[in-house]
Design a protein around this ligand. Structure first.
Ligand SMILES: *[C@@H]1O[C@H](CO)[C@@H](O)[C@H](O)[C@H]1NC(C)=O
Ligand SMILES: *[C@@H]1O[C@H](CO)[C@@H](O)[C@H](O)[C@H]1NC(C)=O
Ligand SMILES: *[C@@H]1O[C@H](CO)[C@@H](O)[C@H](O)[C@H]1NC(C)=O
Ligand SMILES: *[C@@H]1O[C@H](CO)[C@@H](O)[C@H](O)[C@H]1NC(C)=O
Length: 243
């Protein structure tokens, strides 16, 4: 009787063990319960940017502490939760904006190009149009074009006027996330899905492979892989996995 009872108890205990162990697996620190980027992670990723009176473009400069809530809100608003996708977008923003020192293109100074991922026309226009509270002002400046070639005819000042609509922190730190998930033209009457349906895009970034990141840079962002960009991505990936 006692032996049976003991064995039975032991069996119960053993059965219960895997579940009990699973509950004790520590949650990695970088992936906090809500998966948000931490201040120290962001500060490292942007190279400890300080905004001071000697900054070349002080009004555009943002420290990690200033940018953090907008960065995390951007990921959350556009439903980007994986570490690999966040690393790709954050490293792009850090690279393009000189660690959040710039919000518009200064070198060479292309009209209408800006936000933290230095988006260009016509994406800047589509981004402004995608914000319900801006669509009226945007359409007043430029009617809804469907032929992308016609954007070339816009004056520099019109392009800059559209750009100025999306330079506030709550928009400029979320444009990379918008571009990845909602830019472009939808097909079959469906809303545009950015780069999400490009072959291997989401899976490659989520798998955190260099090939996946190269696909993002070349096919989604539409620029060339350089060693500087790659080092920025690898560093960002490493930082997001630590802390
Ligand atoms: C957010 O992403 C999750 C996981 O990919 C998906 O199940 C969900 O439908 C998405 N939500 C929105 C609002 O896009
Ligand atoms: C702009 O034009 C496209 C294509 O005709 C249409 O799908 C979209 O809803 C329009 N956007 C606005 C804000 O009018
Ligand atoms: C528009 O900007 C481009 C690039 O900076 C410049 O080359 C061009 O002269 C400008 N056009 C006008 C009309 O100012
Ligand atoms: C951004 O801020 C402006 C001004 O405070 C506000 O009107 C707008 O709704 C905000 N946009 C988003 C996307 O949060």
């Amino acid at each position: 009787m006692m032996t049976f009872g003991f064995t039975f108890l032991l069996a119960l205990l053993l059965l219960a063990l895997p579940a009990a162990q699973a509950a004790y697996i520590p949650i990695p620190r970088a992936i906090s319960s809500n998966g948000e980027i931490t201040l120290s992670q962001l500060n490292t990723i942007i190279g400890g940017t300080k905004c001071s009176l000697t900054s070349s473009f002080l009004d555009e400069c943002r420290t990690a502490a200033q940018a953090l809530p907008f960065v995390n809100k951007g990921f959350s608003d556009y439903n980007i939760t994986s570490l690999g996708e966040k690393a790709a977008m954050l490293s792009l923003m850090a690279f393009e904006s000189g660690g959040f020192q710039f919000n518009v293109n200064h070198f060479p100074g292309r009209p209408g190009q800006g936000t933290r991922n230095l988006m260009e026309f016509p994406s800047i226009y589509q981004y402004a149009l995608s914000q319900p509270f801006l669509s009226h002002q945007t359409l007043a400046l430029v009617p809804n074009h469907t032929v992308s070639n016609s954007y070339a005819a816009l004056s520099n000042s019109t392009k800059n006027a559209i750009l100025s609509l999306v330079l506030s922190d709550n928009l400029s730190f979320a444009s990379a996330m918008w571009f990845y998930t909602q830019s472009g033209t939808g097909s079959g009457g469906k809303p545009p899905r950015g780069c999400l349906d490009m072959p291997g895009m989401v899976s490659g970034l989520q798998a955190q492979t260099e090939k996946g990141w190269e696909n993002y840079i070349e096919s989604c962002v539409g620029t060339s892989v350089t060693n500087d960009r790659k080092q920025g991505y690898l560093k960002t990936l490493k930082v997001l996995k630590q802390n």
